[in-house]
Design a protein around this ligand. Structure first.
Ligand code: PEP
Ligand code: MN
Length: 345
């Protein structure tokens, strides 16, 4: 941490800053320039609060040397993390291919969709049993019945399952059925929920909030990591833009930008990012080309009957074609796609 003092800081204030730092058991290194005085702090910075330092009289700026997302940072863990979702690897050169409908629907339909995405090459099956909807009158999900269907279908087709948890009170229940817990965009800063999922041993798919910065996303990941759960996969799913032609603004640059800051894997979700089936394939491929560790796509066999997000669903055939292209691109970038785990297949 470096403290930049105000240009008119008095000698008494400078002495006070040094005393304060030393009283915390740290060393202060004073450097007086013509216009500015700087105090470098040497020692265990975990004891320091940036806000408290900024309130010492005479201090103008506090410049952290290490990022505040300590566990998520590349400094803490220079090698890319590989997250294992019941045998399917994501990160460190392994692509997660997540596909399935937005919501869990009736069992027959779920069987049909799971079979089609599995045959196309997806290695993780998704579907929401608890849906965070803008309207309280919209379909809210099948709840535990939906979790049961998802588990049964996952087991039948040998695919680990990913499903959203929206409420800290349901974390234990959802973790009983799911292989991976999704924290959705709307809950990215639900700190109680992040803490609860951090206390489980289930991998977490953490989606970027639509108005969240990359730093906000990494701080949310830090909540999960700080509870002892190291298995976090980030997801870029589009942020608020001003254009109404697409549902959100697909921030593809976030992928390499995130990779320059953290060891955690990051996947893309072109379905929510664009909201348009015709834009999903190019954006999925752009995500892989940008270095994403996986792609999350919503697929439905009859979008007009979908309980949610029908307009952005890919048909099974369209997903099959996209999956083929994603495999070709993965090969070009020397990425591997985990086969379905033996234990489940
Ligand atoms: C979803 O995955 O269906 C979903 C609601 O995603 P998001 O939180 O990104 O909107
Ligand atoms: Mn959806």
């Amino acid at each position: 941490m470096i403290l930049i003092l105000q240009s008119k800081a008095t000698d008494d204030q400078v002495d006070h800053v040094i005393e304060k730092v030393e009283s915390l058991g740290l060393k202060a290194h004073l450097s007086r320039g013509t216009y500015r005085t700087i105090v470098g702090i040497i020692g265990d910075e975990s004891k320091l609060s940036e806000e408290r330092l900024r309130s010492i009289p005479g201090v103008s700026e506090v410049v952290p040397v290490l990022p505040p997302y300590k566990l998520a940072s590349l400094e803490a863990h220079p090698e890319p993390s590989v997250v294992n979702v019941s045998g399917v690897q994501i990160g460190g050169g392994h692509l997660g291919m997540i596909a399935g409908p937005c919501s869990v629907e009736d069992a027959d339909r779920m069987h049909r969709i799971a079979k089609s995405v599995r045959d196309a090459g997806a290695n993780l099956f998704r579907g929401g049993a608890y849906k965070p909807r803008t309207s309280p009158y919209a379909f809210q999900g099948l709840g535990e019945d939906g979790l049961k269907i998802l588990r049964e279908v996952g087991d039948e087709y040998g695919m680990p399952i990913v499903t959203e948890v929206t409420d800290p009170r349901n974390v234990e229940l959802v973790a009983k059925y799911a292989d991976m817990l999704q924290v959705g965009a709307r809950n990215m800063q639900n700190f109680v929920l992040l803490t609860e999922v951090g206390r489980t041993s289930r991998p977490v798919l953490l989606k970027r909030g639509m108005s969240a910065t990359i730093k906000d996303l990494l701080m949310s990941a830090e909540y999960v990591l700080s509870q002892g759960n190291p298995n976090v996969v980030l997801c870029e799913r589009g942020i608020k833009g001003f254009d109404t032609i697409t549902r959100n603004l697909f921030d593809v640059a976030a992928v390499p930008a995130v990779k320059a800051l953290t060891h955690l894997p990051i996947i893309v979700d072109p379905s929510h990012a664009t909201g348009r089936p015709d834009l999903i394939p190019p954006c999925a491929l752009a995500g892989i080309a940008a270095g994403a560790d996986g792609v999350h796509v919503e697929v439905h066999d009859c979008p007009e009957e979908a309980k949610s997000d029908g307009p952005q669903a890919l048909l099974p055939d369209q997903y099959q074609e996209l999956a083929k292209q994603m495999r070709q691109l993965a090969e070009l970038f020397q990425k591997t796609i985990s086969p379905l785990p033996e234990a489940l297949a």
